[in-house]
Every structure is written in C-alpha cells, then in structure tokens.
Design a protein around this ligand. Structure first.
Ligand code: SF4
Length: 235
C-alpha cells in the first residue's frame, strides 16, 4: 500500500485512505495513464477497517500541536464504529492519558450509568473527544490546539455517520456549534451539526462535582432517546 506524507503534520496516510477522503468530498482524482498498473482493479470497495486503522495510526503519530510533547499516548476514541449515537467530550484527563481510552475513571463510570439509563451499553455508542491529547494539568484546550485537532474528529464523524451527536460540556459544545453561549443556554434544545441532530449536556466530571444537575442531564438523555427512536435507530 503506497503512502503520502502531509508536510504540515508529519502524519502518514495511505494512498487508499487519501483517495477515500477525496471521494467523500466529491473530489475527482486523475491518475496519469503512464503510472497505472497493467491490471487495474475497479470494483474493490473501500475497507472501513483499513481506513479506521490508518486514521488511528495517523493520530497516534500526530505532532500538529504542542500537546504531543506532553502526552503519554493519544486517545483516539472507542466504541461501535457504526453507532447511532456519537458522544463527544472535551479532552483526555489523567486517567484517559494513561489508559488511552476516553471517559474512564469516575467520570467514565457515570457516563456508563447515564447510557444504561436510556438502554445503551457503552460498546453500542462511539465515544471521542475534541482533543486527542491531554492538556497539561487538565487546563482548557487552546483555540489553536482545537483547530489543529479538528481534522481527526471530522474524519471520525464522516466515517461513523451517527444519527445523533451528544456534546458533553462547554468546550465540546462551543467547538461543534461554533458559539460561545453558556452551556445553560445551549441545553434543552436540539441543534444541528452538518445535518446531524446535536444535543448539549453536562460533562460527567461536572456532574460529579454538582450532582444536583443530574436531573437536567436526565432530561437531555430522554431527548436523545426520543430522537433516536424517531429516527428508527437500531438501538
Ligand atoms: S491534540 Fe490533536 S492535533 Fe494536537 S498533537 Fe494531539 S492529536 Fe495532534
């Protein structure tokens, strides 16, 4: 499999993956006749496992922002790659950085319980973050870090094509909705992200500090369940 290197990112993507994304964006790629092999396979479908693998590899070697210098490892995302529900948080914390998985530790356990309350197991949804690397001391992500990391999340969303997105916390909601409105103002209504219904709710880490808000969070979860049911989603 041939590869091409992005000179800005230092990340390596296979030619198959690069072509898949160009196809997805509706960009036709012309290939010189001189370079074509004798036996051209025209009907080989894009293998999504390979595409995911290549994307994860590209993220794991990403050096697009300064966070690559302090991470233990990247935290790519986890779950069902054909999920109806995509959950997007802010950035890895200490436990996530150590384990390489988003939403672990106490906040992760609370998220699992919240999902169970609307009939989901963690494995049935896909969970990712705006940033793939931990900001030191869990500080807020810088705009340039969010901007640099955006491409990875975009590609995950395009591959999953969820029915509903749940943005957990202020940072995720602000980035996905391109707004700086308060979380309170963004909650309780249905938004739209590239044609996909998007619901905003509290980050489980916040709910651990402020359990009184769990009641509102439950309202948000019920809204999600309704949306999924109205879409005829499988879960
Ligand atoms: S946070 Fe995102 S853009 Fe920055 S180094 Fe990590 S993967 Fe790359």
């Amino acid at each position: 499999m041939s590869t091409s290197e992005n000179s800005q990112t230092g990340c390596v993507l296979s030619e198959d993956v690069r072509r898949y994304y160009l196809d997805t964006m509706g960009i036709q790629v012309w290939q010189s006749l001189e370079n074509q092999p004798d036996d051209i396979e025209t009907d080989v479908p894009a293998n999504s496992d390979v595409i995911w693998q290549q994307l994860e590899q590209a993220v794991s070697s990403c050096t697009k922002c300064e966070l690559h210098t302090s991470r233990t490892q990247t935290v790519f995302g986890v779950g069902n790659k054909s999920a109806d529900l995509l959950i997007i948080g802010e950035a890895p914390g200490r436990d996530e950085d150590l384990q390489g998985e988003p939403f672990v530790g106490r906040a992760g356990q609370l998220l699992n319980a919240m999902l169970a309350a609307i009939g989901f197991q963690r494995e049935q949804v896909y969970i990712a973050n705006i940033l793939k690397c931990r900001p030191p001391n869990n500080r807020d992500p810088k705009p340039e870090e969010v901007g640099a990391c955006n491409t990875w999340l975009q590609q995950q969303i395009e591959l999953i094509q969820p029915d509903v997105i749940l943005a957990l916390g202020r940072i995720a909601a602000h980035k996905l909705l391109n707004t700086d409105q308060s979380l309170g103002a963004l909650r309780g209504k249905q938004h739209n992200y590239a044609g996909i219904p998007l619901i905003v709710s509290y980050h489980p880490a916040y709910l651990l500090r402020k359990p009184v808000e769990k009641r509102k969070s439950w309202q948000d979860l019920k809204r999600i369940k309704l949306l999924l049911n109205s879409n005829g989603s499988s879960t």
